[in-house]
Design a protein around this ligand. Sequence first.
Ligand code: ADP
Length: 274
Amino acid sequence: MVRKNEREGYIIGLDLGSTAAKMAVFSSGRKRFVQLKECPAHKYRELYEEALDIASVQSIFCTGYHRNSVPSGGTITEIVAASTWAKKRYPNTEVIIDIGGQDIKIIDIPRNDFRLNDKCSAGTGAFLELFASRFGVEVSELGNLHKKSTSPASITSTCAVFALSEVISLSVQGVRIEDIVAGLHKALAKRIFSFVPERIKEMSKSRRNQDASAKLKKSSSVEKETGVICIGGPAMNTGLVSALKDVLGLEIKVPKNPKFVNAMGAALFFVDNI
Ligand code: ADP
């Protein structure tokens, strides 16, 4: 909670994303985030005004697609914001899969490199929203629908347009929505997997071999901690994350507030520098 008279002040990270604007308020006195708030992207000015009310101008830092649309104490890219957050919170992180409203970024932390998929909407929040609205459900329900699937549909297209027409024809054939959702998540997970660095794909392959030999040896515990983190709004879709884990064959960590990671990263980046 923000306290009006707190002496130490607040450092605010704003992630002005393509779909949603997010605010993370860091209390320099209490050394932790005390408030997270979001609004639709087109209302970002309202969130900015709210931030101004809380902090002095030099304590607001921005990231995200619209980061240069408001005056601030400094801006950083989402890549830097996510990496900053991960290095501070999960120092073993190798890869961050950032699934946003309009794009997917795969950040390779040790190599200081990233891949951006903004050409095709498959797997992004926008695509999942389109799919959900076509079937009259909310995106927040997709995870539960996925869980209820007993026989995931086979969806071969990883292109958004073709995948959507494939799911529509499956629905016309009477395939249950739960199975379509699970099939769709699997197809999207495969698409996301194609952007993962080769090193991680190799790790995934060797982990599968380890798992197979552990099964042979009837060993019950195979260490699965790998340092793959999934962030962004669609990371709240447990079905998509579970499909990603299956395709990757590796454990994937989803932090508590995956949507706010970049806003928190923007604040943390500047915490040490002001
Ligand atoms: P950006 O930073 O690009 O604006 P976000 O990381 O804020 O994107 O993610 C926005 C997307 O998150 C939306 O497109 C929406 O589909 C998805 N989303 C939001 N809440 C949920 C939820 N509870 N479950 C699944 N997806 C969600």
